[in-house]
Design a protein around this ligand. Structure first.
Ligand code: DC
Length: 229
């Protein structure tokens, strides 16, 4: 069967990561959470007090950041920064509050996109993010664009944070998601836009299983060209 590249883009908390992870599991593909990479850079910048207006400092910091993904005993992908597991740290609101600013920077994007393309060389990959179908893999075989109503997204994110023992007020989450949507879609470098060929899926009223099934069904039509949609 043909190995394909699946790009899943969309706004924050629309279920991209969960869908991408489950689709990758079903297809025995590699899953890469590109948002985790921008979150990792943000963590490093904050912890090392990197000045966002000093290109030299940014360049140096980027050269010191080595991001890897390791599959844990439950089959989930965890993010490592220079060999240290930072999966939990990068999901905190402290990172969510700064990640859109950091990921809007040209130097940061160039460095991350280079690594993301390397990871996709072998194909057989599902990557989720904001610019995967438009910039990272414009040649992706299948492009998905997920959307959902704001409140549904906020409650899903709140539940996710709670599962990590992080109780965050719903208003704070709505505020953060709204701000990030705005920055991610209006930035100069690779703004979040739906790729022309992307198929939109509104996840407001469907379950994760239904989302996953739909993406698998679409994937199969690309992997086995004889199948019709
Ligand atoms: O998917 P996420 O919410 O974990 O992503 C965190 C931030 O990273 C998001 O607000 C914008 C940025 N991002 C990006 O600019 N490009 C990507 N491909 C993925 C994420």
């Amino acid at each position: 069967m043909k190995k394909i590249i699946i790009a899943i883009d969309g706004y924050s908390a629309c279920g991209k990561s969960t869908t991408a992870r489950e689709v990758a599991k079903e297809l025995n593909y590699r899953y890469i959470d590109s948002g985790a990479m921008y979150r990792t850079v943000t963590l490093y910048f904050l912890d090392h007090h990197v000045s966002l207006t000093n290109p030299k400092e940014i360049e140096k910091a980027l050269s010191e950041i080595h991001i890897t993904f390791v599959i844990n005993s439950k089959g989930a992908s965890e993010t490592f920064l220079n060999g240290i597991n930072i999966e939990s740290a990068i999901r905190k609101m402290r990172i969510s509050e700064h990640v859109s600013l950091v990921s809007a920077m040209r130097e940061v994007r160039l460095a991350m996109v280079k690594q993301q393309r390397k990871l996709g060389k072998e194909r057989g990959i599902v990557m989720d993010g904001r610019d995967i179908g438009t910039v990272v893999f414009p040649e992706a075989d299948l492009k998905i664009f997920l959307t959902a109503d704001m409140l549904v997204r906020a409650f899903r994110r709140q539940k996710e944070l709670l599962e990590r023992n992080d109780l965050v007020d719903i208003d704070e989450i709505v505020d953060n998601l709204t701000k990030r949507d705005q920055i991610d879609s209006s930035r100069k470098e690779s703004p979040l836009v739906k790729a022309d060929a992307a198929i939109s899926i509104d996840t407001t009223h469907i379950t994760i299983d239904e989302q996953v099934d739909e993406v698998i069904r679409l994937s199969l039509t690309k992997m086995i060209p004889a199948l019709k949609r």
